[in-house]
Design a protein around this ligand. Sequence first.
Ligand code: MN
Length: 727
Amino acid sequence: MIRITDILEKAGQYLDETDIALIEKAYIFSASVHQGQVRLSGEPYLIHPLEVANMLVDMKLDAASIVTGLLHDTIEDTYVTIDEIREAFGKDVTFLVEGLTKISKITFGSKLERQAENFRKMMLAMSTDIRVLLIKLTDRIHNMRTLEYQPLENQQYIAQETLELYAPLANRLGINWMKMELEDLSFKFIHPEEYRRISEKVAQSTEKRIAYMEEVKSIIKGELDKFGLKGEVEGRAKHYYSILKKMQVQQIDVDEIYDLIAYRVILDSDKVKECYEVLSIIHALWRPVTGRFKDFIAVPKANHYQSLHTTVVGPYGERLEVQIRTREMHEWAEKGIASHWQYKEGKAVSAHDADQINRLRELLDIQDQYTNPREFMQNLKIALYSDEVYVFTPQGDVKAFPRGATPIDFAYSIHTDVGNHCIGAKVNRNIVPLKYQLQNGDIVEIIMQPGHNPSKDWLKFAVTQRALSKIRQWTKQEERERSVTLGQELLDKECKRQSVASTKVVKSPEFEDIIKEHGLQNTEDLYVLISYGKISPRHIVNRFLHHEEDRQDKEEEKIGLAERIKRKFKRPSGAAISITGIDDVMVRFAKCCSPLPGDEIVGFITRGRGVSVHEANCPKLSEFDHERIIDVHWNMEKEQIFPVNIRIICRDKTGLLSELSTAISALGVNITYVNLETQLNQTVRCDFQLEVNDLKQFKKIVTSLQKLKNVLTVERIRETLFKKDQT
Ligand code: MN
């Protein structure tokens, strides 16, 4: 049984007296609050925090971590409060203990919901302080080591959770021993039968195997010596779970697996080139198995693991796996982030660690996106589990992606803009579809087109959280923009229907009130609700009109009738007409005379439809109430299009229509209506409606038509051409 004195002694080798005193204090505290509690194994509860603290001290973590190891279950399982911990051990330890404390059971409906929420909580805490995760993993290892005391149904659940979530997390941190132990312990409880068979097989013929292993080791060592390379050769049984995976992948039985042992060459020197020397020595010694060589030195794994892996055909024709690495690489491979997290005075986080932590933070993206606990856990597992592929940028930079990643993921990993404007990709210089799955070693180049936008379909084949969230963000934004435009159009339409200027409605206090009443932030939000049909535009306009009438009644005494009506009709700015003294009146052009810029014009204040503009000599004006006629002026800031009607009388010849229309189009004028009528005297009457900018352009058309030899007369007509649309 582990004792506190052992822990203090080990800590004494790298921590100072104050730290040791604090650990001792934590021990006494923990012992007193856990007093009388027993674990399911029947042992005193205190064994558990002691074992956790012991693993942490073996990893040479700092005093706060070890103290937390001793205290990690006090909040959850005793009557100690977080304030008491803070008072006795300070802020740092309190944060860690809190991060490790589960949320109270009562809060949740389902087990899954509780699991999801606890993971969220832990991930948040670990993104601030990675020690939370390191301590959690040691806690889980000890719980797994003593899992047999748990009831059977708990065993399955806990082992499954360990295999799916904690082992991959240990792998992310690069802590190989933890990953292997967690996997093997889970395996033991999930597939007890296979576990037994594999462990027996490995234990069997141990003597024979040790002799064989020693033989292989000494052959390798002999070769190293011959070439003057200094280092160590290790042979060790592979961990059971990796054997199981091999059986599953190759669909073979444990009896058919020959390479139960992995060999490892660890070089004393930190010269990378020596690793390749060893590789060539081994390949010269034994024939390499094709396709089994992996260079994780040139292309490290995402968790920064570096090593050369090869499989060769050994001295007895059996397969033999060898890993080659430097001492430094070995240190990282075994301890991962913990090797850099060891207690060192005032040491800043290295770039390596920072990258590692950033990759873990990516997991946090998941928690923002999935509120449903089932989806959340599912996606967390996928993110943790996914195997990786390594591809190159055209510049030769290496990028790691989960297996199944596509050029879309690649594009977004470079830059959001690259992703958003991506239209295609080249892999190894060949064009591939965007749903192509990246393969190890691919050289990927993204083809972009400015103005091109992401498609919702991409969500089907992007796999990285980054790409998925960027695409979602874009589509959400786009949907919103579309809704805003639609809502605005609906409101405009209603305003037109009721002859109200929409600009005035939008600026009105009533509009502001509606925004507030619905708890909205701004006008755009209101447009979105209109587009969804949640608020009717008619309701908005009616409410405006109701108040507007009141306002106008009050003004009535002050201003004359004409002025008042004028003010009632607002028009959008930039219109073609200005009216003396007023600048925002709704204007339309009378269809009886269709005035063109350049014509002399007057305005007529209609009843309820704004000001209609007529040619000054329009015969209709004589029918109108004189009091309602006002001065208006052309105000052409930019070119606009006006309809005009023209009547051409010409001789009846074939090809007539094309001759006329060619002449008109030659001046860049659009024809919107044509009507031909044959007359009795061998002539044809051609009526056109044209779109012109102004009188000058119209006159040009007339001149050019008059030059045509079959044309007899050309005149502008001031009557409506289409009967059904008369005003
Ligand atoms: Mn615990």
